[in-house]
Design a protein around this ligand. Structure first.
Ligand SMILES: [Zn+2]
Length: 671
């Protein structure tokens, strides 16, 4: 909804070093700033911020982008949220584009729901500390559970008085309509016109969005009323959908990203308890069993999830299904099992935070092995149950995308189950076969399913190989891509010249039209490169290089003299984006010969670059020629008759001739 002109003004005003400087402490080094990367753990700084290019890049983990990208990644903002953040910082008024009447109405209603939720959260939090009953009942409950005032504030906890309509009355007198009270579920309206507070007499756990807005509540009863449910939650509404939300994510997200790991627990109070014990990267599913949406939400921050179970066998087995979903979404799953009768909260209360942290570290185990152990214990001496368990474990192993990992699991699980490895291999092959078959049967191309092709190949390979007696060396060889691109350094170098020096004007002496005199004409580096590559019909083998070149060439052929390289920085293709940013951050690398012979005269930048442009293109052309000559040599023995042989020969001769000419030009350039 932000007008394009406004976006442009925001981008123009934005200085990346000022934006990142608000989150990371940086040191100046040359024209750039360096810092320890906020996205991965490191002791020596490899995170670089370039004010001139308005880009950042971490040479440790590869994260890179512009200021908007940084905010989206670091603060987990959406694109418009990041823009609004920048607009606020640089005092730019954001004129939202006109909304339709319907959009406006929805917007106002949503706003109303947000406002009343926030209002309620503040009211409940205030009662906890300022009302006599709030202090006596609510606050003392939290204190008895060992929570500090600081943590109570971080999680915005509160208390709703044990009166029928205390909150509803207060909200109405503050101007909130019955409509928003009903839609958020804070007030329950009966058919006879009566209304009362949903959360009467409960301690309140507000549920926050990722960016910290109050969406709903979970309330725990304190009195011993028999009919009341222990926990009551907000109903789903326009702003609150419990299957899409993780409790504690707002408070945990930075820690999750930093530790590259999330702990998944069962209850709200476990999340808070873990947080207070210094394990801040903890979330819980909001009173539902884990959903795919919640898993994907987690995956935005990390791929490593550790599930914490309390030591109750029935509970553990019920949770196995949820863990299979984690695997299916490509997460790495570990498990910590608490001693019988303990959960994270009770453990922290009993033994303190240091012991809790140690316990987590020492007892973390791989999920598949954990599951196998639990099930194997159960079926000792029962061959029928053992076969069932085998099937169940193999189905979980089949969810692991990595072949080597799967092979390792087969080995370890076989030993735990006291079965021959070949039995498991056989079962696994059957499951994988089945999966492969299903995939090919209902293959509907899905643009979102990028992995489809890869996993299919992986599966096909894996069975064959597992039957190939698990020869690891063979497997490793197959993993290595068999076709590498020998032209890649040259292709990348040319693209780097385009991105870094595309606009630079190079004066070139050439004959006048009548041929009697010489004149100096200036071309941009981009014009020289694009013209030369297109006229010789050269294609890049590297996909990203080809995409950048094509889009750059398109701009040049449309007559643009300046190509805004931000189109590559913001490119929709992640790999293209990364290549462009890397090349721009690394800057132009001086051609080898200037680096090797440091004592030689180094020409002016324009001359040096002109030289480099010519050298790079000639070198690339020579390489492409070599490949074509080589292709002919390969084809030659298969020629079907003498005519074809003759044709191939003459083609080859021609190519060799061109190669000699190019070689001479190159010698001129580099001598
Ligand atoms: Zn990094």
């Amino acid at each position: 909804m932000i007008a394009p002109e406004t976006i442009q003004r925001i981008m123009d005003a934005t200085r990346i070093e000022e934006v990142i400087g608000e989150f990371v402490s940086m040191k100046k080094r040359g024209t750039n700033y360096i810092a320890c990367c906020p996205f991965h753990d490191e002791k020596t700084p490899s995170f670089s911020v370039s004010p001139t290019k308005n880009l950042y890049k971490c040479f440790g983990c590869g994260e890179s982008g512009n200021a908007v990208g940084f905010l989206m990644k670091h603060e987990h903002y959406t694109y418009p949220e990041a823009l609004r953040w920048l607009a606020k910082k640089y005092h730019i008024e954001v004129e939202e584009e006109e909304m339709t009447a319907e959009q406006k109405e929805r917007q106002t209603e949503r706003d109303g729901l947000f406002h009343v939720s926030e209002f309620a959260q503040q009211y409940f939090a205030q009662l906890l500390y300022e009302d006599e009953m709030g202090k006596a009942i609510g606050l003392s409950y939290f204190h008895n559970r060992g929570l500090t005032d600081n943590v109570i504030k971080v999680f915005g906890l509160g208390y709703s008085l044990d009166e029928w309509d205390n909150f509803t009355k207060h909200a109405r007198s503050s101007g909130y309509s019955d409509n928003v009270l009903q839609k958020t579920g804070l007030t329950i309206f009966k058919d006879d016109g009566k209304s009362y507070d949903r959360f009467k007499g409960r301690v309140m756990f507000p549920i926050f969005s990722v960016s910290g807005r109050v969406l709903g509540f979970s309330g725990r009863i304190l009195s011993k009323e028999k009919q009341a449910a222990k926990y009551v939650n907000s109903p789903d509404s326009e702003i609150y959908n419990k299957s899409h939300i993780l409790y504690g994510l707002y408070q945990a997200k930075n820690s999750i990203a930093k530790q590259d790991k999330v702990y998944l627990v069962e209850g709200n109070i476990d999340v808070i308890s873990m947080y207070q014990s210094g394990v801040e990267n903890t979330v819980a599913s909001c009173g539902t069993s884990l959903t795919v949406e919640q898993i994907r939400l987690m995956r935005r921050y990390t791929k490593n999830v550790t599930v914490l179970y309390d030591g109750d066998k029935a509970g553990i087995k019920a949770a196995f299904r949820a863990v299979n979903m984690l695997f299916e979404e490509g997460l790495h799953v570990r498990v910590v099992l608490f001693p019988d009768g303990e959960d994270p909260d009770s453990y922290a209360q009993k033994y303190g935070s240091t012991r809790l942290q140690e316990y987590l570290k020492e007892n973390e185990t791989n999920f598949i092995l954990f599951k196998t152990k639990v099930l194997a214990d159960e079926v000792k001496g029962d061959p029928i149950r053992k076969a069932e368990v085998l099937g169940e474990i193999v189905r979980t192993i089949a969810l692991v995308p990595d072949l080597l990992e799967r092979t390792e699991y087969v080995k370890q699980c076989a030993s735990l189950l006291q079965m021959p490895e070949t039995t498991l291999q056989h079962e696994l092959a059957k499951v994988l076969n089945r999966k492969l078959y299903d995939k090919t049967q209902n293959h509907t191309p899905d643009p979102n399913d990028k992995d489809l092709k890869d996993t299919t190949n992986g599966d096909a390979e894996s069975e064959q190989q597992i039957q190939d007696k698990n020869d690891r060396t063979i497997e490793r060889e197959r993993v290595v891509p068999f076709e590498i691109n020998p032209d890649k350094p040259q292709e990348v170098h040319i693209v780097s010249l385009l991105l870094n020096y595309g606009d630079l004007l190079i004066p070139i002496e050439q004959k006048t039209e009548d041929g009697n005199a010489t004149e100096v004409v200036s071309y941009t580096v981009a014009q020289m490169i694009v013209g030369d590559i297109l006229s010789d019909n050269i294609t890049f083998q590297d996909r990203q290089c080809q995409i950048i070149f094509n889009e750059y060439a398109k701009c040049i052929s449309e007559g643009m003299t300046h190509v805004d390289t931000q189109i590559f920085v913001n490119h929709e293709d992640k790999q293209v984006r990364e290549m462009a940013i890397t090349l721009m951050m690394e800057g132009y690398q001086v051609s080898n010969k200037w680096q090797e012979d440091k004592h030689i005269y180094v020409p002016k930048p324009e001359d040096r670059i002109r030289n480099d442009v010519e050298e790079s293109i000639l070198t690339l052309k020579l390489k492409k020629l070599d490949k074509r000559i080589n292709d002919i040599d390969i084809q030659f023995p298969y020629a079907k008759d003498d005519d074809e042989k003759l044709m191939l020969m003459s083609q080859k001769m021609q190519l060799i001739k061109i190669k000699q000419q190019l070689g001479q030009s190159l010698n001129r350039v580099i001598s």
